[in-house]
Design a protein around this ligand. Sequence first.
Ligand code: ZN
Length: 192
Amino acid sequence: MEAAAEESTPVGRGSGSVSAEETEKWMEEAMQMAKEALENIEVPVGCLMVYNNEDEGKGRNEVNKTKNATRHAEMVAIDQALAWCRGRGRCPAEVFERAVLYVTVEPCVMCAAALRLMKIPLVVYGCQNERFGGCGSVLNIASADLPNTGRPFQCVPGYRAEEAVEMLKTFYKQENPNAPKSKVRKKECQKS
Ligand SMILES: [Zn+2]
C-alpha cells in the first residue's frame, strides 16, 4: 500500500496517484453534479469514477427520486462503472483496482464499505461528512483493519471543501420532503 494518504495536497504517489490538473478537472464535474442534486432536492453529493483519464461512471445522490435510501452518488457511480465494464468486455476487478473516485463529500459508512469491496485504491473528496462519514468522521472504514471486507483505500480530503459544505448547509436548511419529521430539530428556537 502506498503511503500517500498523509499528503496534504491532492497529488498522490505510485500507481494510485493523481495530478493537480486531473483533480481540478474531475472535481469541477463532481461539483456540477452536486449542484444538480441540490436543484433536484437531493443531498448535494456528486461523484465520478475515473479510469485511464476517462470517466467510466458518474453519479449524484438519487435517494428522493428513487425513494431508495441506498442510492447515494457513489452507489450510482459504481453501478454505472459496472455497466461500462460490461459494455466494453472489461473485467471489473482490473478496472476498479486502477480507478480513482472523485466525490464532493466524504463517503458515508455504507459507501466506504462498498468502495473497499470494489477495491478502489484512491478517493479524492471535498468536505467532511460529519453525520455519516466512513473515512474518519464517524468511523474509519477506509483504513480499518477488516480482512474480510475488500481492501483499505487512500483518501485525499479537503478539495473545494468550503463549497461542498456550503451546498450541504443549503440543503439541510430547506425542506426535505422525505425526511423523517420527528428527527428535525430547529436550533433557531433557542435564540429567541
Ligand atoms: Zn454513502
